[in-house]
Ligand binder design. Structure first.
Ligand SMILES: O=C(O)CCC(=O)C(=O)O
Length: 472
């Protein structure tokens, strides 16, 4: 760890830090609280500070500096101002991840990815991710059997080739989605103190948090989670042999913004319909009756996450969400126009950027579909890159079965020649384990998941890779 990394300190959210800008190209400031000196080279790094986070510079030198720091003025670029000896700016920390050096281009080491997992500077856009028009099944009341047959074929190909696809004409009204996006922004715009009033804890993993780690590296994001069914009764213990009783997960709704709950519940109603239709289409694509999966969702553990990725001035080192697969059945993701989702392409392992399509949803199959389909479909790794100038919002809707579901290959999809490749596992225990592991490291975690795969099937290394990367 370098000297500068060790210097990283904590500052309260949205605290204003007076900066001294030196002619030599350094920003200096004192850490609020401890009073310790901090500094950052700004001229060489050319990093940009979002304009809205700079306030009150005033005067000629101030304007010049402001342009330089925000990248807003070409004239200022790369030049030193003749009168730049000492000047004070007030820099408002842009994020709620409460570390000042991040705002200055330094990153707390807990966010830093190993070199092989860092995002590449150039993005590869995903022209290949299929865009599927759902109108024959959803919005049109009189589609021909052929149109539905073609749609099912498209879904099958997308699930096999990518594990991901986008859907359009999905039936979810755009106004409802926009309302959630707007209220989510208002929620995350509040002070950390306000957001922490609905902070999740070990007993109840629903609500706000900003310290999620994926593969032991902290994600550059803050989230708000709530369940579709409320409350949900879950196993209290993750230990398979232990009947440790049950615990209730209950939604925690904030007082502000007061309409968050109502808007989110309205959104749920609409996306729930889409989710049912997608489950039917996936069943059909596996040559099963359309309603084959319905019974698994009587007491569903489906939950929704509001994701906020603040601008990050070291987007080359951190990720909004580290690489992972989704452990549930399906994910229905709404992303805004900023973009950041990257999918690992199956044919070559390349990370592909999913270009935002206005009003489309991105669908991916999760691990449970992989198990149910006995590996006909695979859950695919994905991750989120962040950027230095624009905050990003996304809303994944994680479709999950009832907690008492024993997840195992569906009987109709196995036979003597294609025997079940997985042992059954209890979804509720698995879900509880994952939620709890955000708080403490559980020694049994990997072993428990590892045993889902029957040991005589497949290569053992593949199994380890697959299960290690599962995240809820
Ligand atoms: O924000 C995104 O695009 C994806 C989010 C995601 O993968 C997750 O929350 O697990």
């Amino acid at each position: 760890m370098s000297e500068r990394e060790r210097e990283v300190g904590e500052v309260r959210e949205r605290e204003s830090v007076p900066l001294l800008v030196t002619a030599g190209g350094k920003l200096r400031w004192r850490e609020p609280g401890s009073g310790r000196r901090r500094w950052w080279w700004w001229l060489p790094s050319r990093r940009r500070i979002p304009a809205r986070n700079l306030t009150s510079v005033g005067g000629g030198v101030g304007r010049w500096l402001s342009q330089l720091l925000t990248g807003g003025g070409r004239r200022a670029e790369g030049r030193r101002h003749p009168h730049l000896h000492r000047h004070h700016l007030t820099y408002k920390l842009p994020i709620s991840l409460h570390q000042s050096p991040s705002a200055m281009g330094e990153l707390d080491p807990t966010f830093i990815q190993e070199p092989e997992h860092r995002p590449k500077p150039a993005v590869i856009e995903a022209h290949g991710i299929p865009e599927i028009d759902l109108s024959p099944y959803i919005t049109s009341s009189s589609s021909s059997p052929n149109a539905i047959h073609d749609l099912v074929d498209e879904i099958r190909d997308a699930c096999k080739d990518w594990g991901f696809f986008q859907v359009i004409n999905h039936g979810v009204p755009i106004e409802i989605r926009e309302k959630v996006q707007s209220v989510a922004k208002r929620f995350f715009d509040q002070s950390l103190e306000e957001k922490k009033k609905v902070k999740r804890d070990e007993a109840n993993p629903l609500g706000y948090y900003d310290t999620e780690h994926t593969k032991n590296v902290r994600d550059w994001k803050e989230v708000f989670d709530f369940m579709v069914d409320d409350p949900v009764v879950m196993p209290a213990s993750y230990d398979d042999d232990d009947d440790g009783g049950t615990v209730e997960y209950t939604n925690q709704w904030p007082h502000h913004p007061s309409e968050l709950r109502e808007v989110c519940e309205e959104y749920v109603k609409e996306v729930q319909k889409l989710s049912n239709k997608l489950l039917e289409l996936i069943s059909l694509s596996l040559n099963l009756p359309a309603n084959r999966l319905e019974p698994f969702f009587k007491d569903q553990t489906t939950f929704i996450r509001l994701n906020h990725y603040p601008p990050c001035l070291a987007p080359d080192l951190a990720l909004g969400v580290g690489r992972h697969k989704d452990a549930g059945v399906l994910t229905i993701l709404a992303q805004d126009d900023v973009g950041g989702l990257e999918v690992k392409r199956k044919i070559d392992g390349e990370w592909i950027f999913v270009k935002p399509t206005p009003n489309a949803f991105i669908i991916n199959v999760g691990d449970i579909i992989q198990v149910w389909s006995n590996d006909t479909y695979e859950s695919v790794e994905h991750r989120v890159r962040v950027n230095s100038t624009r905050e990003r919002f996304s809303i994944p809707y994680f479709v999950n079965p009832a907690p008492y579901t024993v997840v195992e290959p569906l009987a109709e999809l196995t036979n003597e020649r294609n025997p079940a490749r997985y042992k059954g596992y209890n979804w509720g225990k698995f879900f509880a384990t994952r939620k709890l592991s955000n708080f403490k490291k559980l020694n049994v975690e990997n072993i428990q998941i590892y045993h889902f795969k029957k040991p005589d099937e497949g290569k053992i290394e593949d199994v380890v890779t697959r299960v290690e990367n599962v995240v809820i």
